[in-house]
Design a protein around this ligand. Structure first.
Ligand code: ADP
Length: 434
């Protein structure tokens, strides 16, 4: 099915989006790019060739359970597993894990210099609205954002420290989950607290920005008219959020100050009345640590189902609790879809992405069910087949499924750094007091 009529620049051979906030196709040839996504006990990584056009994936993998029972898995670009086992040297910490990654990559590729390293960094604070080359001053500034994302930022920066030690003199680029949302209008950026809280950084930052950036670029290629219009993107994975885009830019998001807000997730609660926190603190005398554990690790689909955080398991389950957990997930997506369409003043397209959005025809069908009044008419056969366009021409709203690729957005930023197209923070908005 056609999406938008003819496009002036179709998808590239590898299906990637190309243009986004930092990219174009003029990257000169320049070696190999390593992308790192460092979490508390894992590092996901990928290796791209940078042949002078768009970065091309050659290897991807992860080290899990760093410091306890580490395991490294390495796959080719086609998904064939070429390494799976205990990492060389044991991976006792992030630096050791990175050494093991480099050794495995070297073995798989027979060497070759890393020309740039791209890092996923969850928080760019109020300031960073695009990727930036890391130096001591920027890293110090990013460390100051750690209180905003204490479960992620310190681990991201541990990955940065390990990579800087392993590759002295090699450009290191930070790509922020918050950056894509920095153009939010003030009303979508603020909480109704006394104003000085906003100035101190208590804002709705929004997350999953690398995924939304990728989808925006992909849509620009596939369907430029839709890209120019009003689009809601639903990133439904283990973490889940939705983003309202106008002209390819974020104007609203379901995630706010932290990655807890908005939709229920695998183990995170999603939107919660702050009065619940006060009750837990005051009446149930829960500790802060216990509440962190509750909201981040024991809530969401896992908490409601009492069974699993994994949508595949819940779809296959037969218990009432599993069914109700899925009911709540779908209910909140539909509710946020209405709210974000109101923010946009109408709706031209909905895009599903993330593990659930890309693969669960059932969830997509349930989100779209009975939405004819809203302009959404699902093509059941196209949805079941996982086609790119899953709406019929009877509805005003185009409904699409687009696989996301956050690693590629990081690789593109690293390639841009190599060709001098991103750099120091000069030219960015003024730093804000936080
Ligand atoms: P993360 O946020 O960790 O990157 P993913 O985007 O990989 O997570 O999404 C993981 C979720 O996608 C899990 O809940 C998983 O069950 C779900 N998922 C993956 N494939 C399917 C499928 N075929 N049907 C339903 N859910 C799926």
């Amino acid at each position: 099915m056609s999406m938008d009529g003819p496009t002036d620049d179709g998808p590239t051979d590898d299906g990637h989006a190309g243009r986004g906030s930092t990219g174009d196709d003029r990257t000169p040839a320049g070696g190999r790019i390593l992308t790192l996504n460092a979490g508390s006990s894992s590092i996901k990584f990928a290796v791209y060739e940078n042949p002078g056009v768009e970065p091309r994936l050659t290897l991807a993998g992860q080290v899990e359970r760093i410091g306890t029972e580490p395991r490294i898995v390495l796959r080719t670009e086609k998904g064939e597993v070429i390494t799976d086992g205990r990492p060389e040297g044991g991976a006792a910490d992030h630096a050791a894990a990175l050494t093991a990654i480099l050794s495995a990559v070297d073995d798989a590729t027979r060497g070759g210099a890393i020309a740039a390293v791209g890092h996923r960094v969850v928080h760019g604070g109020p300031r960073y609205d695009r990727p930036v080359i890391l130096d001591d001053a920027v890293i110090e500034e990013l460390s100051a954002f750690s209180p905003f994302a204490p479960l992620h930022q310190p681990h991201n920066l541990a990955g940065v420290a390990a990579a800087r030690a392993a590759f002295p003199g090699t450009p290191q680029v930070a790509c922020f989950d918050t950056a894509f949302h920095r153009g939010h209008p003030w009303v979508n950026d603020v909480f109704a607290l006394p104003r000085d809280f906003y100035d101190r950084g208590v804002r709705r930052y929004g997350f999953h920005g690398l995924s939304y950036d990728y989808i925006s670029g992909r849509l620009a290629r596939l369907a430029p008219t839709l890209h120019a219009g009003r689009v809601v993107v639903a990133h439904l994975g283990n973490g889940a959020s939705m983003c309202a885009m106008q002209g390819g830019r974020s104007v609203g998001s379901t995630m706010g100050f932290s990655a807890l807000d908005g939709l229920p997730m695998g183990t995170r609660c999603g939107q919660l009345d702050p009065g619940v926190l006060l009750y837990l603190l005051q009446q149930e005398a829960m500790s802060v640590e216990a509440i962190v554990d509750l909201l981040y690790k024991r809530s969401g689909l896992l908490g409601l189902s009492g069974l699993s955080n994994d949508m595949r398991t819940l779809e296959a389950a037969t218990t009432r609790e599993a069914a109700e957990a899925v009911d709540y997930f779908v209910f909140r997506i539909r509710r946020e879809l209405g709210a974000l369409a109101a923010v946009l003043g109408g709706l031209d397209a909905v895009v599903f992405t993330g593990g659930i959005g890309e693969h669960s025809a059932t969830i997509r069908a349930r989100v779209c069910e009975g939405m004819g009044w809203f302009g959404i008419e699902l093509d059941r056969a196209a949805n079941a087949a996982g086609e790119t366009v899953i709406s019929t021409s009877l509805g005003r709203v185009r409904v699409m499924v687009l696989p996301t690729d956050e690693e590629w957005v990081i690789a593109r930023a690293a390639a841009a750094a190599l060709s001098g197209r991103i750099g120091s923070p000069a030219g960015m908005p003024d730093p804000t007091t936080i």
